[in-house]
Design a protein around this ligand. Structure first.
Ligand code: MF3
Ligand code: CO
Ligand code: CO
Length: 263
């Protein structure tokens, strides 16, 4: 079944969860600087989520399938060629020139808000800055394709054409997802594809769009820790994520931050 919010009450709870998830990304920016470990960032986010927001960090001890090693931390921190699901670690010290994705998912009152953004540590290379910008624009192109009556394939098509026109590649193995009471629900929102294919979007559906875009080839591998996803060619990767609610004429970006344009 596809994640669908049927009542104003459910929608209101998703709005709250989305806003709170976004507030974690707003808060953590000031702490991202050379010399800080990704574990320190995890601890700051964890305490903020639990103590200030009165939420649960969804990644902590999460496993998508029974028997999978649970994720050991409260946020994902993916540095440079790490595509997604990087595990915060004391030995991972950020240095000037690094790029970092912080992915936050909170649960409030039973509902999930899931969002991520890229941060620069010190000054990025020209390539890194361009990859991060184009990836955010890929997310926004995907968001612009969302409205009741559009098809899921329209989203992937918008993202893939824009990424490839800019000579970057789209990761295929990981995708956006339906979200609500369940963290990772149907549908799978892939970030590539053809227009006019896959399911038709309906008012009240809620899902994430979270393109992972690589500077080199699209291929990835998983490290022995069973979580960390890296590019096979060790070239840079970037990702941005929002949680959305489909409306008749577009969508509501439930995890919108104050620095973003759309309403
Ligand atoms: N927040 C990630 C997503 O966008 C999922 C992280 S699952 C974890 O779907 F276990 F790795 F944290
Ligand atoms: Co997600
Ligand atoms: Co996420």
């Amino acid at each position: 079944m596809v994640a669908k919010l049927n009542t104003e009450e459910e929608i209101a709870k998703m709005r709250v969860a989305g806003k709170l998830a976004a507030s974690v990304l707003d808060m953590i920016g000031a702490h991202v600087r050379p010399g800080v470990s990704t574990e320190a960032l995890d601890e700051i986010c964890h305490n903020f989520i639990v103590d200030e927001l009165d939420c649960t960090p969804a990644p902590l001890n999460y496993s998508s399938t029974p028997g999978q090693t649970p994720f050991p931390k409260s946020i994902c921190t993916s540095v440079n060629h790490v595509v997604c699901h990087g595990i915060p670690a004391a030995k991972k010290i950020l240095k000037s020139g690094d790029s970092l994705n912080i992915d936050v998912t909170v649960i409030k009152d039973g509902y999930h808000g899931d969002t991520s953004k890229m941060f620069f540590v010190g000054k990025p290379s020209v390539l890194c800055e361009r990859l991060v910008r184009i990836t955010q624009e890929c997310l926004y192109k995907g968001i612009e394709a969302v409205r009741a009556g559009a098809r899921l394939g329209d989203i992937g098509y918008a993202i893939q054409t824009y990424a490839e026109r800019n000579h970057f590649s789209v990761v295929r193995e990981f995708c956006g997802h339906g979200i609500g009471r369940v963290f990772h629900d149907e549908p799978q929102v892939v970030h590539y594809g053809r227009p006019n294919t896959l399911i038709t979007l309906e008012e009240g559906m809620s899902f994430t769009i979270e393109p992972m875009i690589n500077a080199g080839k699209r291929h990835v591998k998983i490290l022995p820790d069973r979580w960390t996803v890296v590019t096979k060619d060790h070239k840079l990767s970037a990702q941005w994520e929002h949680t959305l609610l489909v409306t008749t004429d577009g969508c509501e970006v439930l995890t919108r931050r104050s620095d973003e344009p759309f309403g």
